[in-house]
Design a protein around this ligand. Sequence first.
Ligand code: C5P
Length: 232
Amino acid sequence: MGKDVIIACDFASAQATYDFLDKFTGKKPYVKIGMELFYAEGPAIVRELKARGHKIFLDLKLHDIPNTVKKSMAVLSHLDVDMCNLHAGGTIAMMEAALEGLTRPDGTRPLLIAVTQLTSTSEERMKTDLLINEPIDKVVMHYAANAKKAGLDGVVCSPLEAGKVHDVCGKEFLTVTPGVRFAGGDVGDQSRITTPEGAKAIGSDYIVVGRPITAAADPVAAYERCVAEFVG
Ligand code: C5P
């Protein structure tokens, strides 16, 4: 599986997204569409970016009863995205149903990855709010193993967890990692971070990079730096 840099297009409108991507003349970066943009613009934004030649990670983090997730995944599969995701907390049955819904009649399907515990959830909150009395590391690896058992392709995780996920679930199991910053760059609200080079060394398969590219004075140069450091 080829390593790639995915740009988190955390914009509020289609126009802002097009204005940003128009800077990349001749290049078609892999992009992530999240809830904000999808809820604002609907499936049209996916179709338009696909028509423009971008690969798309649709980050909608589904979590519902298996039947609902299965039917919703079938819709996303018709949208022809390249990668989509769900919460591993929905259980193995939900993940299996999702995979079934996502698989097209010809057997092809987008990559399906699972969110384990959100990186915004601390071990303390997991214990007090969710009543999960285990070390968070153990919970993350258990959820990753569940995702693998259900037949999924990988997980979203911190780049610092990517090596351990590969140890537990195998090298082919994908790690998609946000929390990437350039050395000496603005950290913002991220905490467990590393550089593109660091993510490469730990073994991330895809890095998801937002503000270090979208807020850069020269986004194209920032993207190229990311690719050079991560893909090599
Ligand atoms: O701007 P920044 O590089 O921090 O963007 C990271 C992207 O990855 C954002 O779209 C954020 O919502 C997403 N993300 C994350 N941590 C997770 C899951 C998703 O930062 N655990």
